[in-house]
Design a protein around this ligand. Structure first.
Ligand code: NCD
Length: 335
């Protein structure tokens, strides 16, 4: 496993990921993808370690994917769901995390609806001087690193299944369409895709893509990254190699930002007809869960010629195995 370029103790954001780190994650995931194709899909890498999935917000695929990834690495897993936990009795997030620490947790996978919670827990673990790693599984509108890494892996393995690496995306045109304002998936993908040298075109109605979004997300690096904003779909789709569509995050919308879902679908929903503007071999991604017939037409979603949605879910396990392995392998010590 290529671990030499890995010194990271937590994975909280992709903002400062280096090319070497992306390539390490991609190559490690490729090795695990091979493991997952075997009859016995399990390796002993994290035997004896405890991975706690602390999900303070609902999730289907991310939580199951982290759980399966940890089990494939032979770790012991603890699953926490806020609704059935002592948080309903008033326990704080930090006290919950410390309870899992006291049980010998090595890696905490954390999802929370507020931005910054995984970071706060990581800081507390560092302050306590314990060797617990924190992995951000989605915090508010901030970041969702493992989702962007699995998106990257899905695209790179399509181009070169044997040697997925960041440079494969150089010069590719990638459109990200939909509720960008509320999307942590978009924010993490902007870091990884622009780091690869791809041209990233964001398209959404102005209410879901504020004019200052690029500066706001990338700060001083915006100019050096190939990031373009559009308030119409067509220029983003023109000659695109990949189209990433995002769910309308109704639970995060505090105001009426759209006239109607029908109008949104007409203007920004991805359909076969609209894909004709793209390269002929264009592929479509969506992190899920999907509002069928809103951000993407139902038939397109199920069409294996265009849709990478199922491969994204499959890639998620290998990517999360890679992240857990890279964070956890430093903790294994002899008896
Ligand atoms: C995303 C999330 O939770 O941020 N989904 C996911 O993790 N697969 C996107 C979304 O909820 O729309």
């Amino acid at each position: 496993m290529p671990t030499s370029t890995w010194n990271r103790h937590h994975v909280l954001s992709l903002a400062d990921f280096t090319t070497a780190e992306y390539d390490t994650v991609l190559q490690t995931a490729a090795s695990f993808q091979e493991v997952l194709s075997r009859r016995t899909k399990k390796v002993p890498s994290l035997q004896g370690q405890v991975v706690a999935n602390l999900f303070f917000e609902p999730s289907t695929r991310t939580r199951s994917s982290f759980e399966l990834a940890a089990k494939r690495l032979s770790a012991d897993t603890l699953n926490f769901a806020a609704a059935t936990s002592s948080m309903t009795k008033g326990e704080t997030i930090l006290d919950t995390a410390k309870t899992y620490l006291a049980m010998g947790t090595d890696i905490m996978v954390i999802r929370h609806r507020e931005a910054g919670v995984p970071q706060a827990i990581a800081q507390e673990m560092d302050r306590l001087g314990v060797r617990v790693s924190v992995l951000n599984a989605g915090d508010g509108q901030h970041e969702h690193p493992s989702q962007a890494l699995l998106d990257l892996f899905t695209i790179c393995t399509l181009i070169d299944p044997n040697h997925p690496h960041l440079e494969l995306l150089k010069g590719k045109k990638i459109a990200i369409v939909g509720d960008i304002l509320h999307s942590r998936v978009a924010r993490s993908n902007i870091w990884s895709l622009t780091a690869s040298g791809a041209q990233v075109h964001l398209a959404a109605p102005p209410t879901l893509l504020p004019k200052l979004f690029a500066e706001y997300v990338c700060e001083e690096k915006a100019e050096s990254r190939q990031l373009f904003l559009h308030w119409q779909l067509e220029p983003a789709l023109q000659d695109a190699d990949f189209v990433m569509t995002l769910r309308l995050q109704k639970e995060r919308m505090t105001a009426h930002l759209l006239p109607s879902l029908r109008e949104y679908h007409q203007l920004f929903g991805i359909t076969r007809t609209k894909l004709q503007l793209c390269k002929s071999n264009v592929k479509v991604l969506h992190p899920g869960p999907v509002n069928r017939g809103v951000e993407i037409s139902s038939d397109l979603m199920d069409d294996p010629e265009f849709s990478l949605i199922q491969s994204q879910v499959t890639s998620g396990i290998a990517i999360r195995m890679a992240l857990l392995y890279l964070l956890g392998s430093g903790k294994v010590s002899g008896i």
